[in-house]
Ligand binder design. Structure first.
Ligand code: ZN
Ligand code: ZN
Length: 273
């Protein structure tokens, strides 16, 4: 799977250096930018790796025969998964450092803690529409990453055919930027985000990603998540094992609209192991 990734590795490396060096161009205070970057990375890596460890512990208590792909044939590559998830969090931190520095320097950002002066229904509606639109972009991004020229940037995530929660964010830098660039919207004060709702959704997305990659199913979640058009462990595990279906990242809504669920693709089901 990693063959033919040589040039993509170079682009990924150059991107990491560029995202880091971009802070030197901060118009007011590169020092504030780099302090924000360090703080954001520490927080994100702690939440993602700590949460993955917890989810992995819980998933490990399930009977191996109850795992979606059955007992493991070979050990999970947890070290590589954790390193690649931490690297993706570094990319997210490089992006988050811009609005955080803007806030620390006393400027307005899109993040508000109080809804004073903002009709609550408008903020909630904007957030819900934002979730559907951004998830639509994530679906399109995922389809694009499965095209011949872009797959080398996505291949590392598919190196984990039977993943653990540590693979939840194990994506290469180009894919990480394609995933996390909406963080930069927080630099635009007019794009109001209510902090409690925003951070609640971010934590929910992180927790969902642990579940999607844990390799086991929990009947309660498999039954309730689809009612909110959310993906499940059984759904995303199929994307790791069969590749050509189930592209949705948080919602399965776009797979349903575009006919790319496993249930829509008899040809993929017939060739399934
Ligand atoms: Zn995945
Ligand atoms: Zn994929």
């Amino acid at each position: 799977m990693s063959s033919g990734r040589g040039w993509a590795k170079i682009v990924d490396g150059v991107l990491l250096v560029t995202l880091t060096a971009a802070g030197l161009l901060h118009p007011e205070s590169p020092a504030t930018f780099y302090a924000a970057l360090a703080g954001a990375f520490a927080a994100l890596a702690t939440v993602v790796l700590g949460g993955a460890a917890l989810a992995n512990l819980v998933a490990g208590r399930v009977d191996p025969h109850a795992r979606i792909q059955g007992p493991r044939v070979r050990p999970a590559r947890i070290g590589t998964e954790a390193f690649e998830s931490a690297r993706a969090m570094y990319v997210a931190a490089c992006l988050a450092a811009w609005p955080i520095a803007q806030w620390q320097l006393g400027h307005d950002t899109a993040m508000v803690w109080s809804l004073d002066g903002h009709p609550w229904w408008a903020v909630v509606l904007q957030t819900l529409v934002g979730v559907v639109v951004i998830d639509g972009w994530l679906y399109l991004k995922h389809r694009l990453l499965h095209t011949r020229w872009l797959f080398p940037f996505h291949a590392p995530h598919h190196a984990f055919r039977d993943p653990t929660p540590f693979a939840g964010f194990a994506v290469a830098p180009v894919e990480a930027v394609m995933t996390f660039w909406p963080i930069l919207i927080l630099c635009i004060p007019a794009a109001t985000h209510w902090a409690p709702l925003y951070f609640g959704l971010v934590l929910g997305f992180i927790a969902l990603n642990f579940y999607l990659h844990c390799g086991v199913t929990w009947r309660l979640l498999e039954g309730t998540l689809p009612r909110a058009f959310l993906n499940t462990s059984a759904f995303h595990n199929v994307h790791h094992s069969h590749v050509k279906v189930n592209f949705g990242e948080a919602l399965y809504l776009w797979d349903r609209i575009c006919g790319t669920r496993l249930v829509d693709r008899a040809d993929v089901r017939e060739t399934a192991r």
